[in-house]
Design a protein around this ligand. Structure first.
Ligand code: SAH
Length: 218
């Protein structure tokens, strides 16, 4: 796939490398993550009118009041997951599919849930174009996780719940890690690691995400 990506789009390598440099300066340390961010074409995850802003370190609208997350936070959350070397990863909030594409380059199996059908359809097309074959998508309210496919070694939530749902913690495998933005007005990035029946929780940094909402949109 790496070779494939090089051919897609017209964005120059230099533009992407500038973003990578920026993320490095912002504190992203994982070379594996930086390399993938430098390879995955973010512009194809945006409407044409916004594609020229794809390599700015900023979140951008994708319709339905949702946003494609800022590259820094995509990189940060991915780096936190990678530290635990998960094999099966659950993502809640497929959105544009950009984070999903990044995860698909680093982990063997990705399961991603999105509640807004039209967003999921577009994400599916893009992931197909990039030949991300290790991704399974589901249209559902992901607040309950994906119990039939669990347990997961990694869970990443890309919309903010008011607190970490207990159902998600139950779907964490032993030693597994969950990364989620938590809160309403004030949100914080939370990491939870499962050790037997114990859940070790760390609060990492302030973040800003759209809320995790209940129900589905067709
Ligand atoms: N990772 C995505 C982020 C999109 S924004 C990207 O970078 O493009 C968050 C996404 O979470 C939105 O698409 C929103 O519809 C979705 N979402 C919110 N609540 C959800 C829920 N309960 N289940 C599944 N998806 C949800």
């Amino acid at each position: 796939m790496t070779a494939m990506l090089e051919g897609i789009g017209m964005t120059s390598r230099r533009t992407r490398m500038r973003l990578v440099q920026r993320l490095r300066e912002a504190g992203i340390e994982s070379e594996a993550v930086l390399e993938i961010i430098g390879q995955v074409p973010r512009h194809i995850f945006l409407d044409e009118a916004l594609a020229h802003r794809a390599y700015e370190d900023t979140s951008l609208p994708i319709g339905h009041n949702q946003t494609l997350s800022q590259p820094y936070i995509v990189a940060r959350m991915t780096e936190l997951l990678l530290a635990h070397k998960p094999e099966r990863v659950l993502e809640l909030g497929t959105g544009s599919g950009y984070q999903t594409a990044v995860l698909a380059q680093l982990f063997p199996q990705i399961f991603s849930v999105e509640r807004i059908r039209p967003l999921q359809d577009r994400a599916r097309d893009r992931l197909r174009k990039l030949q991300c074959r290790n991704v399974l998508l589901k249209h559902a309210d992901g607040g309950m996780g994906w119990p039939e496919r669990g347990p997961f070694d990694g869970i990443i939530v890309t919309a903010a719940p008011t607190d970490v749902p207990a159902e998600l913690l139950e779907q964490l495998a032993e030693g597994g890690v969950l990364i989620a933005p938590v809160g309403e007005e004030q949100q914080v990035l939370v990491e939870v690691v499962r050790r037997g029946d114990r859940f070790e929780r760390r609060e990492l940094e302030p973040v800003r995400f759209v809320p995790l909402l209940a129900g589905v949109i067709r």
